[in-house]
Design a protein around this ligand. Structure first.
Ligand SMILES: [Zn+2]
Ligand SMILES: [Zn+2]
Length: 127
């Protein structure tokens, strides 16, 4: 495999994550990449995603009990949460946050961060 081919695969995968506007799973990245790089294998997608993670270009979104998703590091750096559709298994960004979360912190504890995951049906599936 030539370096040029590697670069092209990396560009296609990077662009698919950047253009999606929501976190993507490996399977979703693979399906999108196939449109531009016919025959690209899922193992290549894993390898490139690992490299982009290592370079700090993208970030991992972990959702307990479900496949990891990946989003742009720039998106990840801004405080936001996620909504997972139980019907189509897509994950979406949620820009707002719950208010006054500090009120939940037990007396004497110091809060460093929080995670909020919403789930249900997306607009397409709620139909
Ligand atoms: Zn849905
Ligand atoms: Zn929040």
């Amino acid at each position: 495999m030539t370096p040029r081919r590697n670069t092209r695969q990396q560009d296609v995968i990077r662009r698919s994550i950047e253009d999606a506007g929501r976190p993507l799973s490996i399977d979703e990245i693979h399906a999108l990449s196939l449109e531009d790089v016919p025959g690209i294998g899922v193992r290549t997608v894993y390898r490139v995603v690992d490299r982009l993670l290592g370079d700090g270009v993208i970030a991992r979104v972990q959702i307990a009990g479900h496949a990891d998703r990946f989003e742009c590091a720039e998106v990840a750096s801004k405080h936001h949460h996620h909504f997972r559709c139980e019907k189509c298994d897509r994950v979406f960004d949620v820009s707002s946050c719950v208010g006054r979360i500090d009120r939940m912190v037990p007396e004497g504890f110091t809060l460093s961060g929080h995670e909020v995951l919403l789930w249900g049906s997306c607009a397409d599936c709620a139909g």
